[in-house]
Design a protein around this ligand. Structure first.
Ligand SMILES: Cc1cc2nc3c(=O)[nH]c(=O)nc-3n(C[C@H](O)[C@H](O)[C@H](O)COP(=O)(O)OP(=O)(O)OC[C@H]3O[C@@H](n4cnc5c(N)ncnc54)[C@H](O)[C@@H]3O)c2cc1C
Length: 307
């Protein structure tokens, strides 16, 4: 009863902060993840500005509601019973992109593909590696996403975020403490709203050529035809997760609708109606068998959320 009152109270208050079309109730998370898996979120809000993010966070805190942040949902596995509380989903409503000289400024919801293409149009180099990563720029900073010897940390110059106290703060590159697939935002609870990228002038032809080459490389190696969340496991020091899984003979292993990709053993794919339970069971099985054969423990890169 108390929970219902709390939710009703939140709903009543948040309606004055966010228009109806960006406020969803009981929203299936399978619609918001590249895995196409996940039960419903109690509330899902698509914010349109940093002050709006701050207002919604304050409202959620006052109503004792848990907040989960989501970008394009390309690095998450949402459990089958969904997410209690509020999901703040960064997408096209906060997807602006502009530039000042060699600096590109983007809202956290802009996709990496759109920001990379914008950089190409402006003849700015340094973001070519990001063209095929299917996330938002906010999610890429949170994860310190990278590919083919490039990493978002090498081009980010500053980030503006809303911190748990509700204040809007600017972080310099040094303050973000980027390491492999890690940033300070994984610890400090601040919500990334705007990113500044420092790029270098280049030639459109060369930037475009590099993007085409990297896209072709990705398409030939990755199972892009099936829903997934990319590499399931982090790279263990000194090894490649995909190689260890393949050498353990696990390519194609299936539990329910979840399958170790036949094309790239580092990916678990949704081969048809997979539940989060199927994926979690398969992750556990892969971890167990690889550890038994090689003595190496694989840790998920995919972030597992919800209940
Ligand atoms: C086919 C495929 C290929 C991929 N290839 C790569 C690759 O080459 N390299 C790579 O690094 N990754 C890769 N990924 C994984 C994924 O695309 C990246 O990790 C990406 O950066 C995640 O961004 P997102 O917006 O989808 O984040 P989400 O999956 O929505 O969220 C990931 C985490 O970031 C947090 N987060 C998201 N936005 C914000 C924000 N604004 N403020 C605070 N926290 C936030 C979330 O709370 C969550 O914990 C791939 C995924 C797929 C499906």
């Amino acid at each position: 009863m108390q929970k219902i009152n709390r939710e009703q109270d939140f709903f009543n208050r948040v309606q004055s902060l966010v228009p109806e079309e960006r406020l969803h109730v009981n929203e299936p998370m399978s619609r918001h993840t590249t895995f196409k898996i996940g039960g419903p979120a109690d509330f899902l809000i698509q914010p349109a500005s940093a002050p709006e993010v701050a207002a919604v966070l304050t409202c959620a805190i006052n109503c004792d509601m848990t907040v989960t942040i989501l970008g394009n949902g390309s690095n998450v596995l949402v459990r089958d019973n969904g997410i209690r509380g509020v999901v703040l989903k960064f997408d096209e409503h906060m997807g602006y992109i502009r530039h000042q000289g060699d600096t590109i400024v983007a809202g956290a919801g802009a996709t990496l593909a759109d920001v990379s293409e914008y950089a190409l149009e402006q003849q700015l180099a340094g973001l070519e590696f990001a063209i095929g990563i299917p996330g938002s720029i906010g999610g890429a900073v949170f994860m310190n996403a990278g590919a083919y010897d490039g990493e978002i940390s090498s081009v980010v110059s500053a980030v503006t975020a809303v911190c748990p106290e509700g204040n809007i703060r600017r972080f310099s590159r040094e303050e973000i403490h980027f390491t492999y697939r890690h940033s300070i935002f994984q610890e400090n609870g601040c919500v990334i709203c705007e990113i500044e990228l420092e790029l270098v002038p280049g030639k459109a032809k060369e930037i475009g050529r590099k993007m085409i080459d990297l896209t072709a490389k990705r398409e030939s190696k990755q199972p892009l035809e099936l829903p997934s969340a990319g590499s399931t496991f982090k790279r263990p020091p000194g090894y490649f997760a995909g190689t260890l899984i393949e050498q353990t003979g696990l390519k194609g292993l299936k539990i329910g609708g979840a399958q170790v990709s036949e094309k790239h053993a580092g990916f678990i794919v949704n081969a048809g109606s997979a539940t989060a339970g199927d994926v979690l069971a398969l992750i556990g099985e892969v971890q167990h068998r690889v550890h038994k054969k090689f003595g190496v423990m694989l840790h998920p890169e995919v972030r597992i959320i919800g209940e």
